[in-house]
Design a protein around this ligand. Sequence first.
Ligand SMILES: [Zn+2]
Length: 234
Amino acid sequence: MSAMDAQAFEITVLVKRGYAAFAPCADRMSAFRLIMNKYLSPPFPATRLRRLRKNSALRDMFRETNLAKNDFVFPLFIVEGNNIKREIGSMPNIFQMSVDAAVKECEELLKLGIKAVILFGIPEHKDETGSGAYNENGIVQKALRAIKKSFPEMLVITDVCLCEYTSHGHCGVVENEDVQNDATLELLAKEALSHAECGADIIAPSDMMDGRIGKFGRHWTKMVLIKRRLWLIR
Ligand SMILES: [Zn+2]
């Protein structure tokens, strides 16, 4: 009898004696799970998880994910100009906004209890290398500074990618009709660093280039020195 079988046997005896609760130490967890599966979660057809979805009271009781205002991040699409709030046709109730309008929107969001936004930049000028993404006066950089100045408590996340800023719309530099992964990493790191310098709390890369997290990591000390408690999500 293996050690795990022996432990499983021991727990089985306890179950049969009617013990309802156990406090297994860590090294017995696998045996404990084995026995719990046998007694409490036997496979189909005995276990039918659809029973837990039978009505809304049951679903409310057993659902593992509950969304509250604290979980929401509001997307802001920032454009150049003043006093612009333009609805995006394919996304009802979501708007392109100039920096001043975005700041007003943040005030409204905080009043509603929504404490996080994610910024996407829509620059006026696009070029082959997406330079607007890492320009210190780029549209996201301006929005970051303005929002953080008015509402330092607002958690500001930034999308890190080049596709919004390149004339060809690809997420990186294109040469010989192909996206150049490694050349793009340099530019993404510059973009992330620039966002950190302007006050981003979290940077959220969406570019799909290989190795970009490692690349950011090499700039990480510098970024964290600029902005303590900077987080990266992916
Ligand atoms: Zn992209």
